[in-house]
Design a protein around this ligand. Structure first.
Ligand SMILES: [Zn+2]
Length: 229
């Protein structure tokens, strides 16, 4: 359905996840980072929130394009951002994986949204939101991906429950470099069709990286604060 010629990696076969590190030196070096993502997460790991993440999201215009086996939304302006430990991280990309990459209590969700943020010092912070699809999902045709910039509020992608898991990991697509600060909400949202449309509503071929070793790394709890709270 789509032309993946531009990618030298894939999710199956000889360039699949177990071979990413063999494809080139850049991927090999990235995979040498010990704390890889995704990992399995379990509610028993949660204590009291020890970290706070402040969301400063509002409606903005996003462009859409298909790349790296996913639909990517790119904000036209940099006002959407997070504050973590006094550092600002601007929202730079939104995409989703089908099924989810992280598991919650050993369960995959049908879809996982990634809100990718970057600091001025080029540090990465990704927020993960596990989702159920709309009850009777309507999937888009390819041509709708060429849509003009459209406006939506990324705050609509956040669950009502404000807590989740925080850990140190990596990118989940090559090069799988780290560290990446991960924040995965513990509530699974039910994606409504208009929001799914805003994300592209494309039925993706399986594009989730397999679970990686946790290696006893600490997993803490975070609490999200919305601007004004
Ligand atoms: Zn992702």
């Amino acid at each position: 359905m789509y032309d993946h010629q531009e990618e030298n990696w894939s999710y199956e076969g000889k360039n699949g996840p177990e071979h990413w590190a063999e494809i080139c030196e850049i991927y090999q070096n990235a995979a040498a980072f010990p704390d890889q993502s995704p990992i399995s997460l379990g509610k028993q790991e949660l204590g009291s929130p020890s970290e706070q993440l402040s969301f400063h999201y509002k409606s903005a215009e996003f462009t859409r394009h298909f790349a790296h086996f996913a639909v990517h939304l790119t904000p036209l302006t940099p006002e959407n951002h997070l504050i973590f430990r006094q550092t600002r991280y601007n929202l730079t990309d939104i995409h989703y994986h089908m099924p989810s990459e992280h598991t919650l209590d050993h369960r995959y969700s049908p879809l996982e949204i990634h809100l990718v943020h970057r600091s001025a010092a080029d540090k990465l912070l990704v927020v993960g939101v596990l989702c159920h699809l709309p009850e009777k999902p309507r999937f888009a045709e390819k041509q709708s991906q060429e849509a003009l910039p459209r406006e939506f509020d990324p705050a609509e992608l956040l669950p009502n429950g404000r807590t989740g898991f925080h850990y140190r990991g990596s990118l989940t697509t090559p090069p799988t470099a780290g560290p990446v600060l991960w924040f995965v909400f513990e509530d699974i949202i039910s994606l409504k069709q208009p929001l799914f449309d805003a994300l592209g509503a494309l039925k993706l071929a399986k594009n989730n990286r397999p679970l990686q070793e946790k290696n006893d790394r600490p997993i803490t709890r975070f609490e999200a604060k919305k601007a004004g709270q």
